[in-house]
Design a protein around this ligand. Structure first.
Ligand code: ZN
Length: 501
């Protein structure tokens, strides 16, 4: 109810003040459609470069793609283009001199009277090979006319959205329309490999290149399903732990030592089983107490979302969902914490019947975190819990629980100026109000931008939930490429006209 009210009110205000703005949409959208061959060609050229950041041997291709994009930016009138070098890649690497690919900074417009939007995208891609099961060469853009989609590694993640921004600028130029905002680009080439080096660069440039940034728009995620556009306002964090139990000096034979020795694996299984139950309930004292309560306003957002148990089952390829109704499923994926047990290092895991007693085993598990969990407090609770559970076993073995890495959760205000502008743009292009979604995974860079630039971020996805971003036959529907660009274009205008940031 509240959401509907806000959007309608904004629409009226914008409508009165900016009739000329909305009059621009028709020629703008027409121009975007007209430039279809050029926009597809621009994406095709990008897809042909196998910019796989995780493959050291392909690093020259990643760098080549950066230069291809920089050339395009130059042609389109972007200025102050800087290829920011991030130094050598930290270990583990085969080549200790391996250079990280550059981050592309550039500007479009420097008008102090306009707002400035930082657009983030990444030009690197996930690995892909025909042998993995692709129907066509992953590094060649293929258009499936029948299904009206484009296929190729990176079309939806994230080359399509990245090119989308360039295309939006080109459409404005072709029409002689002024861009209503200044743009600053931050395009990186290591996103698929942990965004190495980017945090430092953002911190360094916060008061320099990124000084006048009013808001950040990230187009690097997807609609929840296949039909309805979404805007994303939250991501869970992730605290990853390991618990190591060691005893005997070496792996032993169960025929010789079994029954007379305290087995680390037996202890570990019991410690791990004390963390979570089979209904997904976290059994560590104090963890759930930190979770922010669900508000009425929030409940309404969930009730409106276009999603069903069937879609969940289709996505998981099973009927193993722990919940039956939509809100419960989504809340447990997005706004409640979860604990997953991932594996055991040092344990026997191959086929067959090896009778080993492993001397040292390390269990790996992680907790997806949400507001208002405190990361340090969580670590303390988790580590104390593991030690307590181990002590209760009365085992002579040794146990050590520790944090391996953590990334904080992110939550934004879905009713701020940027989200409201994007909701308005979505309505204009797709004729429906977007669903406001959160995601269960993490995009740590979102948080870095907010912290360092002291501004807010919005996630504006272009592709659909079934695009297969990290999978085989990655695709982007033509309607999403073109609808996405129109949404981006309209968003720039609505945001320029909105009050506040
Ligand atoms: Zn991505």
């Amino acid at each position: 109810m509240f959401l509907r009210f806000v959007i309608r009110k904004t629409a009226i205000t914008i409508g009165k003040r900016n009739m000329s703005m909305e009059a621009k949409f028709e020629p703008l959208f027409k121009k975007i459609d007209e430039l279809k061959p050029r926009f597809i060609d621009r994406l095709a050229k990008a897809i042909e470069i196998p910019a796989v950041s995780s493959d050291e041997s392909l690093r020259p291709a990643v760098v080549k793609k950066a230069h291809y994009i920089a050339d395009e930016l130059k042609k389109l009138g972007f200025t102050d283009i800087q290829m920011k070098e991030l130094g050598t890649q930290p270990p583990p690497v085969n080549d200790p001199n391996l250079q990280l690919p550059p981050v592309i900074l550039s500007r479009y417009g420097t008008d102090a009277n306009k707002k400035t939007i930082l657009i983030y995208g990444h030009y690197d891609v996930q690995p892909a090979a025909l042998e993995d099961g692709w129907d066509t060469d992953p590094f060649k853009l293929v258009i499936d006319e029948q299904k009206q989609l484009m296929r190729g590694r990176g079309v939806t993640d994230d080359s399509g959205p990245l090119k989308g921004w360039l295309n939006v600028v080109e459409a404005h130029r072709e029409l002689g329309f002024d861009l209503p905002v200044n743009l600053v680009t931050c395009f990186e080439g290591m996103e698929e490999s942990g965004s190495v080096g980017l945090d430092t660069l953002i911190a360094e440039e916060a008061d320099k290149y990124f000084k006048d940034v009013d808001t950040v728009c990230i187009s690097d995620n997807y609609w929840l399903g296949t039909k309805k556009p979404v805007l994303t306002y939250g991501l869970r964090g992730c605290n990853y732990y390991q618990v190591t139990i060691e005893g005997p000096g070496a792996d032993l034979h169960s025929g010789i030592f079994g029954g007379a020795i305290a087995e680390p694996m037996v202890d570990l299984v019991q410690v791990l089983s004390s963390l979570v139950d089979s209904k997904g309930k976290i059994l560590i004292d104090g963890v759930m107490d930190m979770v922010a309560p669900v508000t009425e306003k929030e409940k309404e957002l969930y009730e409106k979302i276009d999603f069903s148990l069937d879609e969940m089952n289709a996505a998981s390829g099973s009927e193993t969902c722990l919940y039956k109704n939509k809100s419960d499923i989504l809340m447990h994926r997005w706004r409640f914490p979860s604990l997953s047990i991932h594996g055991v290092e040092g344990a026997f895991s191959a086929q067959g019947a090896k009778t080993v007693i492993p001397a040292k085993v390390t269990g790996k598990f992680s907790i997806r975190t949400v507001p208002d969990m405190n990361s340090d407090k969580l670590d303390k609770l988790v580590i104390e819990h593991c030690q307590k559970a181990f002590s209760a076993l009365g085992s002579p073995n040794k146990c050590k629980a520790e944090l391996i890495h953590n990334g904080d959760y992110w939550i934004s205000d879905p009713f701020n100026a940027s989200f409201t502008a994007a909701a308005q743009a979505t309505k204009t292009v797709y004729g429906v109000e977007p669903d406001f979604t959160r995601e269960g995974g993490s995009i740590p860079i979102t948080l870095t931008f907010e912290k360092e630039l002291k501004t807010n971020c919005m996630l504006l996805p272009m592709g659909r939930g079934d695009d297969g971003a990290h999978s085989i036959n990655e695709k982007l529907d033509l309607s999403n490429y073109f609808g996405g660009m129109k949404t981006m274009a309209a968003y720039l205008h609505y945001y320029a006209a909105a009050e506040g940031k």
